[in-house]
Design a protein around this ligand. Sequence first.
Ligand code: SF4
Length: 358
Amino acid sequence: MARRRSRGVRVGDLVIGGGSPVIVQSMTNTPTTAVRKTIDQVNRLVDSGCEIVRLAVPNKESVRAFAKIKKATSVPLVADIHFDYRLAVAALEAGADKIRINPGNIGSPDRVEKIVSRAKRLKKPIRIGVNSGSLEQEMRDKIARSKLSRPVATARAMVESALRHLRLLEEMGFCDTIVSLKSPDVKTTVAAHRALAKKCDYPFHLGITEAGTLTPGTVKSAVGLGILLAEGIGDTIRVSLTAEPEHEVRVAFEILKALGLRQRGPEIISCPVCGRCEIDLAKIAASVERRTRNIVRPLRIAVMGCVVNGPGEARDADIGIAGGKGHGVLFRHGEIVKKVDESKLADTLVREARKLDR
Ligand code: SF4
């Protein structure tokens, strides 16, 4: 899949864009001032594969907490700042590997300049985060006056806003910038990124913002991010769910795995079950999926209900089962290994997966 050529921007020990793999991010949902809880959540995110973690920094106490969290964790941390340029400057001093701002709500250019000069001195990048819900009044007026459809008009306004902020930073001699154009609407997000991709080579942080709870949010994110990633657009992604952030990381990797952009952990091939199935396949598949989540090595595990498609899929996988009446036939690397009783199928698959992960 050809990817859009973007410039590389360093964030901690990672590079976003410039041909690097698409990086997975998430954001903590604990109060940043709850230092111990936040450190624990950052560590859980890292265990689930998260590569960059963002923390809200809404006040001075959060800056102090951010510094402590930074010292106790190893993953690049991003400070998310709104309104107050002094918090952005302080977060950079506190060790933030990147800051996320919307220059539109920071205020006058000289306030933005104070952030930029500190970022330049500390060699830290900035993400310009444009959200459809917090566009400048001028842009909102343009959308209201436009005769274009709402998604098209909003996408145009988001691109105009982003370009204005990017140019402002360029005039200050700053180009270590990543940009995001977020909307809860898939069509708006896709149109905005397609348009901006033609106008600059800054790396893109993709996300469908406020995508919703686990199932609808997963679907919306998969559709929106999937369209853009399949067109080669996108350098880092955050799936935004009303759920524990570890789910965001799992969904992000599933999207990237489905497109062949990243490989991590097992891919479970399981059939939807029909009247031919004579084992409790849904229970077995759910158990295998849950118990193999901590496996990092890419593996293909087939959990199939009967002899119609079962042996074919199980043979093509690293390990798999094809169900029969109260039992399943275990395959490993294309070969039949043995017949296993239904009660032991999940345990057997998990054990085999762990062996292959060594
Ligand atoms: Fe039905 Fe067998 Fe196909 Fe599963 S593999 S959906 S049980 S035909």
